[in-house]
Design a protein around this ligand. Structure first.
Ligand code: MIC
Ligand code: SF4
Length: 643
């Protein structure tokens, strides 16, 4: 039988397991990336593992999230990451050099390679045919140390594109269309391959917009073939030598095939508060907008920015709108500046921000109370913007720019002729924003610099055989990691300080949770379906661990979060009968016995001590995961078992 693109890359990197969907496989990882908000934990873990140098082909540490420096904390974290990177053999992309996924795509990604990153949008690399996956920081640390990355062998989905996008309709609209079709849960357990004759009309940055937002489908990753379009992009980046063609076999088999006719698509927008609440931009026309934000790893390429500049050129944004533009990388910003497009943006009234995540992660630019913000980003979860009652819509750069001009959500087709842009044959290349590591000899003598905000890792405990745990919190479906461990300018500076961070845990759902959990000492949390969707932040596991959470029972889990819980030594379980969810209340106490003997079968029984009711629990844990839980988390396990 023929193979899909992902199956070919997996087969070439398989170090354990077999490629039957649903079973655990271990993969050799060629490249890793971290960003600063998850990076400190990843490098603390790397130091803990105790290997002197990274063993990957290339590892990078990007600084792009925590770039507001309102106190010493973020600058301390940057200094720590720079010093640890230099010592351990990691390239350091300094603040201002750009958003990790954009820079990685431009300068480092290679077709056919494996990449894991401590950021859920790492699949952006699938736009040039990499097998690129988001992971928790501890998993990235192990991969940096030369260890395998373990995933459940995914199913294979294919999206077949036919036709060609009409003017004003974009790759973002394709991403929103697939979210409309599949929902935020529709990609769980699958890799999505994009193919069909329609992909030939999509440039690499457009493909990367699509693979980036595949994270919102819950997919393990998304991938495009490496074809002549990929070669042209790499050539324009001065990296033609990194090109290898990569296609699926004609007789490859897929578990699901979805057809999309590009010529039938229209400008779309995702309504508050979920990326899959998709509507036609034209149907949202009456909604007044107070803020427009253009940028993020989804839509900050040169192509996107040139298009925005062309739309804004010679015009002024509406009086009631504040418009932010964050180019994705220093390369993009310098090219915008050289061709005059930056001037057009500024003249139209844009507030140009540095090349970083910025408003996407609530680092400034929080909307006014109840304000409507149109953003070209990938997530519009409640509270993520930093304003709890803000109404965030996700849309293409074209729709966002049109809305900035009119002051209402606007179907950009109403602007008339689609402006032409000229894409250069060669990008500006200046890698001085990436600082290479020290040589091995010099590295040995280097010290790692730690500031007072950098607190040690919370300690995982070996899983006991019996747990009696009060329910400290019960939440509903689609709880995101932004609910569990909010981000934003007020909280992100404490990403290296778990005790301080714990004060904000579940703040969006219930501000009393941290105090209650601490008072209970040990407890469990009950969730609905797709628990932990969204970001890869392992803080959403480490902070509950610090607050005494030992068990999370949900209807289902998002992939990266379930792995992070296990890595932290917290037991994830699902309800054998989802109806049992309804019978549980906050304040109930659950007793689970004979855990060790039962884990292998994947089935446990809990007794609700208030009602006496028995609840069946299930979760397919592998032997490796059971060993991790018994050791009290991945770090303890790795120290005992080695890489
Ligand atoms: C996000 O978009 O939510 C983030 C911030 O990039 C996260 C990582 C983090 O929480 O630091 C992600 O996507 O994994
Ligand atoms: Fe940064 Fe936003 Fe992309 Fe996350 S989604 S990496 S916060 S730009």
């Amino acid at each position: 039988m023929g193979r899909t693109i992902a199956q070919k890359i997996i087969a070439a990197h398989l170090v354990s397991g077999d490629m039957t969907p649903g079973s655990e496989i271990g993969l050799r990882i060629d490249q890793t990336l971290t960003q600063d908000a998850t990076g400190t934990m990843a490098y603390l873990a790397l130091e803990n593992i105790g290997i002197p140098r990274v063993r990957t082909e290339k590892s990078l540490a990007y600084i792009d999230h925590n770039t507001l420096q309102c106190g010493f904390e973020n600058a301390d974290d940057h200094r720590y990451i720079q010093s640890v990177a230099r010592k351990y053999g990691v390239y350091f992309s300094r603040p201002g050099n750009g958003i990790c996924h954009q820079v990685h795509l431009e300068r480092f990604g290679k077709p056919g390679k494996t990449l894991i990153g401590s950021d859920s949008h790492t699949p952006t690399g699938g736009g040039i045919g990499m097998l690129a996956m988001g992971a928790g920081g501890m998993d990235v640390a192990v991969a940096m140390g030369g260890g395998a990355y373990y995933i459940t062998m995914p199913k294979m989905y294919k999206v077949n594109l036919t036709g060609k996008l009409r003017p004003w309709v974009t790759a973002k609209d394709i991403s929103l269309e697939i979210l409309r079709v599949l929902s935020v849960k529709g990609g769980v357990g699958a890799i999505i391959e994009w193919g069909g004759e329609g992909i030939r009309t999509l440039s690499v940055p457009e493909r990367a917009t699509i693979t980036n937002m595949g994270a919102e489908l819950g997919a393990t990753t998304s991938i495009f073939p490496a074809d002549e379009v990929t070669r042209a992009f790499l050539k324009a980046q001065g990296r033609e030598a990194d090109y290898t063609p990569l296609y699926s076999d004609p007789d490859a088999e897929y578990d699901k095939i979805i057809d999309i006719d590009l010529s039938s698509l229209t400008p779309l927008a995702a309504c508050p508060h979920s990326p899959d609440r998709v509507a036609e931009a034209s149907d949202l026309g009456g909604i007044p907008v107070s803020q427009v934000c253009i940028g993020s790893c989804t839509n900050s390429s040169l192509r996107d920015m040139l298009r925005v500049a062309a739309i804004l050129k010679g015009k002024t944004i509406a009086d009631g709108v504040s418009l932010s533009i964050s180019p994705g990388s220093r390369q993009v910003l310098s090219m915008l500046s050289a061709c005059g497009a930056l001037g057009d943006m500024i003249a139209a009234g844009a507030r140009v921000l540095e090349c970083a995540c910025g408003p996407c992660i609530g680092m400034g630019f929080s909307p006014a109370s109840g304000g409507v913000s149109v953003r070209t980003f990938n997530r519009n979860f409640e509270g993520r913007s930093g304003t709890r009652d803000a109404q965030v819509y996700l849309a293409s750069p074209e729709t966002a720019a049109a809305s900035a001009l009119t002051g209402f959500i606007t179907d950009p087709r109403t602007l008339g002729v689609y402006p032409d842009i000229h894409m250069p044959d060669a990008f500006f290349i200046n890698d001085s924003g990436v600082i290479p590591p020290a040589g091995e000899e010099e590295a040995r003598a280097l010290d790692v610099v730690r500031g007072p905000n950098i607190k040690p890792f919370p300690k995982g405990e070996p899983l006991p055989d019996t747990l009696t745990l009060p329910v400290s919190l019960k939440v509903g479906d689609n709880i995101t990691t932004d609910h569990i461990m909010p981000a934003g300018a007020k909280v992100l500076p404490f990403r290296s300080n778990i005790p301080k961070m714990s004060e904000f845990c579940f703040g969006v759902c219930d501000e009393t949770f941290p105090r209650r959990a601490k008072e209970l000492n040990r407890s469990c949390v009950i969730g609905g379906s797709n628990y932990g969707q969204g970001s890869s932040r392992e803080h959403a596991a480490l902070v509950p661990l610090y607050l005494g959470v030992r068990l999370v029972i949900a209807k289902s889990f998002a992939r990266i979060h379930a792995a992070n819980l296990i890595n932290a030594g917290i037991l994830p379980m699902t309800f054998a009968d989802p109806a049992d969810y309804d019978a549980l209340e906050q304040g109930d106490a659950l007793r689970v016995e004979q855990i060790h003997a039962s884990l292998k079968s994947g089935r446990l029984t809990a007794v609700n001590e208030r009602t006496g009711k028995t609840i069946g629990l299930t979760y397919p844990l592998t032997d490796r995961q059971i060993a991790i839980l018994k050791a009290g988390g991945l770090l303890n396990y790795t120290r005992e078992a080695g890489i």
